[in-house]
Design a protein around this ligand. Structure first.
Ligand code: GTP
Length: 355
């Protein structure tokens, strides 16, 4: 089976991490995020993947070449971003399969443990034009929701509402009949979510929902990105692309963790990164050459390449850009983002709970 992987977005919600590296290439549990997706696609029977690229397109081929994780790879870049639907239409020019064959479409920022072969089997058995993976969430009001009838056929594709009619949401993994891709307008900006799916449904085409609530996470926000990396390290989602066994932490070659430091909760410590004695790092991502000094505490945070945390500093839910420096005694919390190269002097920022 062939697949199209959508990787052309700018990843604005993950800035400043995505200034230098597109979201799908961010190191996640020790390897580029996409390595986990490629491994899972291969395990599901995918033999060839077309990358639909746009933002920093050249970095994908440089990272993966023509074959990775046992899958053949091709690249199709958009001169201007065409949106999710336009990107699928554009990339389909590089597919080799026949008109009736199934093509798997994957968002490049989803970690999912669902049963892809079961989704494809439903697609084939029902003779559908498109079969969507739908997952169930506790609070569907934050998402568009996707109701299905008793036979599993999708009846509508609804925008976000405070009164959702179902807790089923679009999980960002689709099987298209190859010929159904040609219903998308060519060389135009098109959203599959807002245009293609609603128009297929209203024109009577068969759109099926494969409802399965296995592990599922959209890593598009900083908190979710950290969560996804830690879940992979902890083994909550199995990935054969992970460079090591699941456990409390993943320490890459060349990292130095002092025996007097506490590092756990699924933290990854990158190559050349250092955690000194007396430091505590919980549920975080420390990228290559980052540094956590003695007595510092880092929790639910990302330290980009070469970022440094000074003695006694506290970071909780924070993103440090490349080579950002947090001087001794600072206390940063609650989604704060420090841009690349910025240096905070000692005790410049304190978190206060005073009224
Ligand atoms: P935000 O800017 O933070 O919303 O992230 P994003 O740009 O990745 O957008 P979003 O999360 O909605 O995108 C879902 C998937 O589609 C991601 O894998 C994106 O890389 C991809 N994508 C979004 N827009 C385009 C596009 O215009 N072209 C291509 N090729 N892929 C896209």
């Amino acid at each position: 089976m062939e697949a199209i992987l959508l990787v052309g977005g700018q990843g604005t919600r993950l800035r400043p991490l995505t200034i230098s590296t597109p979201k799908p290439l961010l190191p996640t549990a020790g390897v580029p995020f996409l390595a986990h997706q490629l491994a899972r696609a291969r395990d599901a029977g995918v033999e060839r993947i077309v990358f639909a690229t746009s933002y920093r397109a050249e970095m994908f081929e440089a990272a993966f070449g023509t074959r990775a994780q046992g899958v053949d790879l091709a690249y199709v870049s958009e001169a201007r971003p065409l949106g999710t639907g336009g990107a699928i239409r554009n990339a389909a020019a590089a597919l080799r399969c026949g008109a009736d064959e199934p093509v798997l479409i994957l968002n490049g920022d989803i970690l999912s443990g669902h049963d892809v072969p079961a989704q494809v089997a439903l697609h084939e058995k029902s003779g559908a034009d498109v079969t969507l993976h739908l997952t169930e969430v506790d609070d569907p009001s934050r998402f568009g929701c996707v109701p299905t009838d008793a036979d599993g056929r999708v009846t509508a594709f609804l925008e976000k509402t405070s009164r959702p009619v179902t807790n089923q949401i679009n999980a960002g993994c689709y099987v298209f009949r190859r010929s159904a891709i040609d219903t998308i307008r060519k060389d135009e900006v098109v959203s599959v979510e807002r245009e293609t799916f609603p128009s297929l449904i209203s024109s009577g085409r068969v759109v099926m929902g494969h409802v399965e609530s296995a592990y599922w996470l959209d890593v598009g926000t900083p908190q979710a990105f950290v969560r996804g990396s830690c879940d992979l390290v902890l083994g909550r989602l199995a990935s054969s692309a992970m460079p090591g066994e699941p456990g409390d932490r993943l320490t890459l070659n060349g990292a130095v963790v002092s025996p007097g430091a506490v590092v756990r909760g699924g933290t990854t410590v990158g190559r050349g990164a250092v955690v000194e004695a007396g430091a505590t790092v919980l549920g975080s991502v420390l990228l290559d050459d980052s540094f956590v000094a003695e007595g510092a505490t880092v929790r639910d945070s990302v330290l980009s390449r070469g970022a440094r945390v000074g003695p006694g500093a506290i970071l909780d839910g924070v993103i440090l850009g490349d080579a950002a420096v947090v001087g001794p005694g600072n206390e940063l919390r609650d989604g704060l983002r420090v841009w690349p190269g910025i240096e905070l002097p000692a005790t410049a920022v304190r978190f206060s709970t005073d009224a």
